[in-house]
Design a protein around this ligand. Sequence first.
Ligand code: NAD
Ligand code: UD1
Length: 341
Amino acid sequence: MTKKAVLLTGGAGFIGSHTAVALVNAGYEPVILDNFSNSQPAVLNRLEQIVGRALVCERGDVGDSAWVQSVISKHGICAVVHFAGCKAVGESMADPLKYYVNNVAGTISLLKAMQAAGCRLLVFSSSATVYGDPATSPITEDFPIQSANTYGATKVMCEQMLAEMSSSDNRWRAGVLRYFNPVGAHPSGLIGDDPSGVPNNLMPYVTQVAAGQRPMLDIFGDDYETEDGTGVRDYIHVQDLALGHVAAVRTLLEGASSFTVNLGAGHGHSVLEVVRAFEAASGQQIPYQIAPRRPGDVAAYYADPSAAARLLGWHAKHDLNDMCTDAWRWQQYASQNSSKT
Ligand code: NAD
Ligand code: UD1
């Protein structure tokens, strides 16, 4: 029997590359589509090393609807996972048009291509950012949706488009996955988070300090109303996240109607807990200083992941120690291969 082909837009990126491996392990044929605006073509060689065989990759832009349609038809794609997009909150406020073009217009272009090719099953990368500053935690999917920044606004708009399309035509079925804080890396150490420039997020900053690439970590505030005063987040291992995508694809292919679920561990860790866990996992000291709060940050939030357990049979299995161990293994590989190629 031929394997079911699943298109991964942005499949060469952090979450897409881990999902490609998980799909292969689950018996699917991932087709990676990427313009390499935020990843390296060489990730393909490393993916092939991990899975032990050749993978299909189509280089191009998701905004080129006619070309995407031809890719869907050529490979007999049965479902699409849409990762491609920009994800830096600060940049989205400085250059909103870039975010509306790539994230919103890019999604419209993909939906047109899927419609024309007759493929209407989509898994969409959304984010806990759609909850803005939630009043309490754990967060369930029915919490109010609010966008505190342009990046968040693009995710809210895409979610709304998908909801309207599913209700207008039941051939359209979408699985919206709201990720909490993805960290960690594949245990091989060959793929991981590869931010360009100064990392915005905590874990890649910590790993670069450990590797001696940055002198110290700034902890953004120690006067929040949390146990140790530092911000609390729901960190989720990218390997668990990848399996969440496999479960979402499988569930849609089995005939489920559209769904929206949180993908998180269901509990939070503070910045200081992450630093201590990383030090224990890596044996490296992380020098840090307390810096002012980062504008737009909230004190604490974490997911209620029970809908994902109920609908997808999915839950996170890896703990903070696994996340730190795997992130450190990847950082060491990346440092030794400085172009990460
Ligand atoms: P990433 O930047 O590592 O991967 C995105 C990939 O998409 C890159 O390989 C990039 O080259 C590609 N890409 C971007 N625009 C494209 C276009 N127009 N055409 C073709 N390819 C394009 O990001 P990631 O961390 O893997 O995130 C994937 C998705 O998950 C994004 O939509 C992001 O908003 C969402 N998300 C990420 C996080 C996170 O913390 N990483 C959290 C919540 C949601
Ligand atoms: C950020 C984005 C969010 C996005 C998510 C992706 C903002 C305001 N929010 O969330 O939209 O979906 O990334 O994972 O940018 N921290 C430090 N020092 C650092 C970096 C971070 O102390 O150098 C702290 C932060 O204050 C926060 C925690 O570490 O308490 C996690 O930060 P980060 O990894 O940036 O994720 P979020 O802020 O949750």
